[in-house]
Design a protein around this ligand. Structure first.
Ligand SMILES: Cc1ncc(COP(=O)(O)O)c(C=O)c1O
Length: 410
C-alpha cells in the first residue's frame, strides 16, 4: 500500500536531514546508533533545551524564576545541563535529590515535593539544606521532629491543593480530593500550628495541572493561583517570600495538537509577578516545568527486526517497546490511545502504512498504529519524537527481561 507523506504531527514539520538521514543534535542518527553500538536508545539534544529556555526567558518577566522538575528526565547529564540554564530544581525523591546535589547547584535552589516523604528522605533533604514543599500536617510535624534531632531548622513551604484545576490539562491536580498538598481551606490552621514549631516558613507551592496546550487555561489558573496565595498570606503574620506558581505548559504529542502560544502567557505571567510583588514583600516567584523544557529535545530510536503481514495489516516488529517507552505505547495516562510522532530515520520512498510494535508478548506493546512512514525494511531505524520527558524513567524496563536501553546527551 503506497501513501503520500503528509506530516500528521507538529513535531514532524521541522525535521532536518543530511544525505537522507535524520539529524539529531546536529548528528546523523545512524552515526549515533553506531557510536552507541546498540539500539534502542534515547538521544537528547542539549541545544534544543538551551533554545527552549532562551525562548521562555525572552517571553516571561525577568523576575519569574524557572525551575526544572527533574521527574521529567532525571538523566544526570541532562540535569547538569538544565542546571546551567535554569534557576533551580524540583525533586520528588531522595534519589532525585542525590542527582541534583551532585550537579553542584546551591541547595537553597532545590525544593522537594511529593506525598509521604519517608524519614530517610527528610533526613537527606535536611542535611542537604533544601526547601520542603510540605504535603500534610503530619509531614510538617515529622519534619520538625527530624529537624530537632539533627539540630537543623528546616526551610518549608506548604503545598496547597487549590479549589480549582488547570482546565484542559493532560493531568489535573487541583479542584478535588487529592493526596497532593493541603486543601486550601485547611492551610490557615496549619499556618497557626507551624508558628509553634521549629520551622522556617518560606511560602506556598500550588500545582494545579500538567500538559496544557491552551494559553487561556494557563492564564486563568495563574490568576487564580495568585489570588489564592494573596488570600492565604492575608491569614497569617508569617512573611511569605517564596511562591511556586506551578507550570503545566504542554508540548504537542498527538495529531492536530499545536504548540502552546507562548506570547499569550507573557501578559498573565507579568501580571502575576506584579500582583505578588505589590501584595507581598519582594517574594521569589517560581514557575516549575518539566516536559516543556526537555520533552521536545528527545528522540527514542529502535530497530526493525521483522516485517510481517497479518490479515491486511503490515507490521514492523522492533527491538524497542513499552518497556522503554511506556508513554508512546499509550499506557502512561492516556484515556484514548493516540500515536506519538513516528519517523523513519532514513528517507526511503515510497511511504507506506505500517503498524510499529515492540517485542513484548502483549498487544499493549504498540508504538505506532497504522502510521504513514518512509518504507521500512529489516534493519531500518525508527524514531519516536517528543520523547525527552517521561520516557526511560517512566517505563517498566524490567518487564520481560529485555536488555536496557541507552541514553545519550548530544
Ligand atoms: C508537582 C509537580 N511539579 C512539576 C511537574 C512536571 O510536570 P510537567 O513535566 O508536565 O511540566 C509535575 C508533574 O506531575 C508535578 O506533579
Amino acid at each position: 500500500m503506497t501513501e503520500t507523506f503528509k506530516p500528521t504531527h507538529a513535531a514532524l514539520e521541522s525535521l532536518e536531514y543530511e544525505d537522507g538521514v535524520l539529524l539529531w543534535g546536529g548528528r546523523k542518527v545512524t552515526e549515533i546508533s553506531e557510536k552507541l553500538g546498540q539500539t534502542p536508545f534515547y538521544a537528547y539534544d542539549r541545544q534544543r533545551m538551551t533554545n527552549r529556555v532562551a525562548e521562555l526567558r525572552a517571553a516571561l518577566p525577568n523576575e519569574l524564576r524557572l525551575h526544572y522538575a527533574m521527574k521529567a528526565n532525571p538523566m544526570p547529564e541532562v540535569v547538569s545541563h538544565m542546571v546551567s540554564l535554569v534557576d533551580g530544581l524540583d525533586v520528588a525523591s531522595a534519589g532525585e535529590l542525590a542527582v541534583a546535589v551532585e550537579t553542584g547547584i546551591d541547595p537553597r535552589e532545590i525544593s522537594f515535593a511529593g506525598p509521604g516523604k519517608r524519614e530517610f528522605e527528610l533526613r537527606a533533604a535536611l542535611e542537604a539544606g533544601i526547601t520542603f514543599n510540605m504535603e500534610s500536617k503530619n509531614e510538617m510535624r515529622r519534619l520538625a521532629a527530624v529537624g530537632e534531632s539533627l539540630g537543623v531548622r528546616p526551610n518549608v513551604a506548604i503545598r496547597v491543593n487549590p479549589q480549582f484545576e488547570l482546565k484542559s490539562s493532560g493531568m489535573k491536580m487541583g479542584g478535588r480530593p487529592s493526596p497532593f498538598g493541603v486543601d486550601s481551606e485547611r492551610v490557615p490552621a496549619m499556618l497557626e500550628e507551624l508558628k509553634t514549631l521549629d520551622l522556617d516558613f518560606r511560602g506556598f507551592h500550588v500545582y494545579s495541572g500538567s500538559q496544557n496546550l491552551r494559553a487561556e487555561a494557563i492564564r486563568e489558573s495563574m490568576d487564580k493561583t495568585v489570588q489564592l496565595v494573596i488570600d492565604l498570606a492575608g491569614t497569617t503574620d508569617l512573611a511569605v517570600s517564596f511562591i511556586n506558581l506551578g507550570g503545566g505548559l504542554g508540548i504537542p504529542y498527538f495529531p492536530k495538537e499545536r504548540p502552546l502560544d507562548l506570547s499569550a502567557i507573557a501578559e498573565p505571567a507579568e501580571r502575576a509577578v506584579r500582583r505578588l510583588h505589590d501584595a507581598l514583600d519582594n517574594p521569589e516567584v517560581i514557575m516549575e516545568l518539566g516536559r516543556y523544557l526537555v520533552g521536545e529535545a528527545g528522540i527514542y530510536v529502535c530497530r526493525v527486526n521483522d516485517i510481517k503481514e497479518s490479515r491486511g495489516i503490515r507490521y514492523a516488529v522492533t527491538d524497542g517497546g513499552l518497556h522503554h517507552h511506556l508513554a508512546a505505547s499509550g499506557n502512561f495516562g492516556q484515556v484514548i490511545r493516540k500515536n506519538y510522532p513516528v519517523v523513519a530515520i532514513e528517507r526511503r520512498e515510497p511511504c507506506e502504512a505500517v503498524t510499529i510494535v515492540g517485542p513484548l508478548c502483549t498487544p499493549l506493546d504498540l508504538l505506532g498504529d497504522k502510521v504513514t512512514i518512509d518504507q521500512l525494511k529489516e534493519g531500518s531505524l525508527v524514531g519516536i519524537l517528543q520523547s525527552g520527558a517521561y520516557g526511560r524513567s517512566a517505563s517498566p524496563d524490567q518487564f520481560l527481561s529485555h536488555p536496557p536501553c541507552k541514553e545519550i546527551l548530544l
